[in-house]
Ligand binder design. Structure first.
Ligand code: CAA
Length: 258
């Protein structure tokens, strides 16, 4: 597929996906989401790729769903076309780790897309918000749910009901972003973080991600049981033997991702 709205590059074991509709502030059109889905399908099946960075431009990660594209939708267009559900959640279903590298605006669907990733590394210019209320609508790609789980009811409610944007310091204090880096270093740092993850045992990375995500879906007792069973299973991997043998022999581990 020839991409027109995104760019896909590889840096060793890291896939770097860049949202690339700068004239429309990376508004997430259906075409863009189709391309993103295609790219995620491709990197997910590529065994050489072990981590993904999703980013936008320096001024804008993404300013939300494409308002011009959806403004004339009828209820049936949205319902029968399975709007959002059709493919927006692809990032959250990816089994490989995805780091969102956010600079500038991450608004509406842009904030929601960033939250579908595993964690958000933010530039000092990043701004987050759910301004849908100003359009006479509400967040439709998880904003009312993921934002609330990440930053708590009070702040999520205020942001969604007023449309106010958070600057990056507030977003970090609230727990939405893992770390703030200078904008000029964002991509380099995100790729470095992704390379670190990719250097570890792939099954261990995937199991860790699966366990943390499970904590959002279940009770503590069930989550702990899921973690414990997964932890038991990791002893079946060759990488567990290698990692522990390397530690005992005081040498670097050579993981085979098996
Ligand atoms: N959809 C379509 N086009 C958009 C867009 C969007 N979400 N956001 C920005 N653009 C376009 C603008 O129309 C403009 O295009 P033209 O030059 O052709 O007019 C261009 O990008 C630049 O935008 P501005 O001129 O508005 O730039 P600015 O610097 O003055 O403001 C901004 C930047 C604050 C991000 C402002 O563009 C804005 O508020 N955008 C809309 C944000 C928004 O409401 N997002 C939620 C969308 S709904 C949604 O996402 C639903 C969901 O949950 C899935």
């Amino acid at each position: 597929m020839n991409y027109e709205n995104i760019r896909l590059e590889t840096r060793g074991p890291v896939a770097l996906i860049t949202l690339n509709r700068p004239k429309a502030f990376n508004a997430l059109s259906n075409d863009l989401m189709d391309e993103l889905t295609h790219a995620l399908d491709a990197v997910e099946t590529d065994v050489a790729i072990r981590a993904i960075v999703l980013t936008g431009g320096e001024k804008v990660f993404a300013a939300g769903a494409d308002i011009k594209g959806m403004k004339d939708y009828s209820y049936m267009d949205a319902y029968q076309g399975n709007f959002i559900t059709r493919n927006w959640e692809r990032a959250s279903r990816c089994r490989k780790p995805i780091v969102a590298a956010v600079a500038g605006y991450a608004l509406g669907g842009g904030c929601e897309l960033a939250m579908m990733c595993d964690f958000i590394l933010a530039a000092d210019t990043a701004k987050f918000g759910q301004p849908e209320i100003k359009l006479g609508i509400l967040p439709g790609a998880g904003g009312t749910q993921r934002l609330t789980r990440l930053i708590g009811k009070s702040k999520a409610m205020e942001l969604c009901l007023t449309g106010r944007m958070m600057d990056v310091q507030e977003a970090e204090r609230a727990g939405l972003v893992s770390r703030i880096v200078p904008v000029a270093e964002l991509i380099e740092e995100a790729v470095k973080v992704a390379e670190t993850i990719a250097s570890y045992s792939m099954p261990a990375v995937m199991m860790t991600k699966e366990c943390i995500n499970r904590s959002y879906e279940t009770t503590l007792a069930e989550g702990l049981l899921f973690e414990r069973r997964t932890f038991h299973a990791v002893f079946a991997t060759a990488d567990q033997k290698e990692g522990m043998d390397a530690f005992s022999s005081k040498r670097p581990a050579d993981f085979k991702h098996r």
